[in-house]
Write a protein that binds this ligand. Structure first.
Ligand code: SF4
Length: 352
């Protein structure tokens, strides 16, 4: 029996559209980079990670900046982006006074945790208002829960540092911003912001904080595919900005969402120019194809679980009739060098 509450006409029309062959091929020449009309363009390290997973998502989210409509919900916790921003800001606030003092992170951790954690509690209680304004979206009882959670997380991290389970030396830079030329793309720069750099005897160590848990997937595989590109690019960006040469910086992720927080050190041995070459080709031609996971599986790229089921799924049309096969053909034709480098990355992965 037909119900008056179901929009049959709309559903039939939508089904008809879905079965139409997808004609779009991902080519947006107007969005090619660098644009000769602009003086200097830049792409951030995190943008490159989006491009590596799904060029179409990079186009709609970062270049076209289309925003999906999201219904307002009752907020009982901060969104992950704001939470990450708050955690980063607090770590910077706590470590900043010790920069240039030749105090190791371990000594600093012990000071903060001394007297049963009193100095750390005092520091969290005196956080500047500009930090706490991020919490104002939450109802008052939930704000207090968030502050307690923040203090617990910071305490857990400094405990791991004090024990020596998370490394650290003399912190010399915090939230360091750098821009370096994109190899092979004159006029385009890569911008990065490094959370913390420690040093001893002119040997540097780059740290990147993640407020979430360590991923279940193999981290080194994500690095070799470009999905996590910071371990390769941050030491390179740091070296590009230094006048005197020294050994390449070491790199570690700090996963603050793990219980207890954990450090994952990665050896940044990949050849940066080789890794960036296929991305340069994509940007230069403006080729922004969607790369659904099923397409990558069909192409037999091991571990390339590329799709993040983002809010643009209705635009990329990955679930349309025949979309997977069509994207397989298009990726083979239009992103052949990216495909080749993803295949080669299994080999390189052994070196990381
Ligand atoms: S749903 Fe997946 S394939 Fe589609 S745009 Fe988002 S990340 Fe790309």
């Amino acid at each position: 029996m037909l119900s008056s509450r179901i929009p049959y006409r709309y559903l039939l029309e939508a089904d008809r559209h879905r079965r139409r062959e997808v004609a779009w091929n991902g080519h947006v020449p107007e969005a090619a980079m660098p644009d000769p009309q602009q003086k200097e363009q830049r792409i951030s390290v995190t943008d490159l990670e989006v491009l590596a997973r799904c060029p179409f998502r990079y186009y709609v989210d970062r270049l076209a900046q289309w925003r999906p409509l999201i219904p307002l919900e009752f907020p009982d916790h901060m969104n992950p982006l704001d939470w990450g921003g708050l955690v980063h800001a607090c770590l910077e606030y706590l470590i900043q006074p010790y920069l240039g003092q030749r105090v190791t992170l371990q000594e600093l951790a012990k000071q903060l945790l001394g007297d049963s954690g009193g100095p750390l509690r005092k520091a969290v209680a005196s956080l500047p208002n500009r930090f706490l304004s991020r919490l104002e979206i939450l109802p008052i009882p939930f704000r207090q829960v968030a502050i307690t959670r923040l203090e617990t997380l910071l305490k857990a991290y400094f405990e791991e540092v004090a024990k020596g389970d998370c490394s650290g030396d003399f912190p010399v830079e915090l939230e360091l911003k750098r821009r370096v030329p994109f190899p092979g793309l004159a006029g385009l720069r890569i911008s990065g912001q490094i959370d913390r750099i420690d040093e001893r005897d002119n040997v540097f160590h780059v740290y990147d904080y993640k407020s979430g848990k360590s991923p279940p997937s193999k981290l080194s595989r994500d690095v070799s595919l470009g999905y996590k590109i910071q371990p390769v690019l941050y030491p390179w960006i740091l070296a590009e900005g230094r006048s005197q040469s020294s050994a390449p910086a070491a790199f570690s992720f700090i996963f603050l969402g793990d219980s207890p927080p954990s450090e994952k050190a990665l050896d940044p041995l990949l050849n940066v120019e080789e890794l960036l070459k296929p991305f340069a080709e994509m940007l230069e031609t403006g080729m922004y194809l969607p790369t659904p996971s099923e397409t990558m599986r069909e192409l037999e790229i091991e571990g390339a679980d590329s799709c993040l089921f983002c809010e643009y799924a209705s635009l990329c049309r990955r679930f349309d009739w025949g979309a997977c096969d069509r994207y397989v053909d298009l990726v083979e034709q239009e992103l052949s060098s990216r495909l080749l480098s993803m295949g080669r990355s299994s080999q390189q992965e052994g070196e990381i």
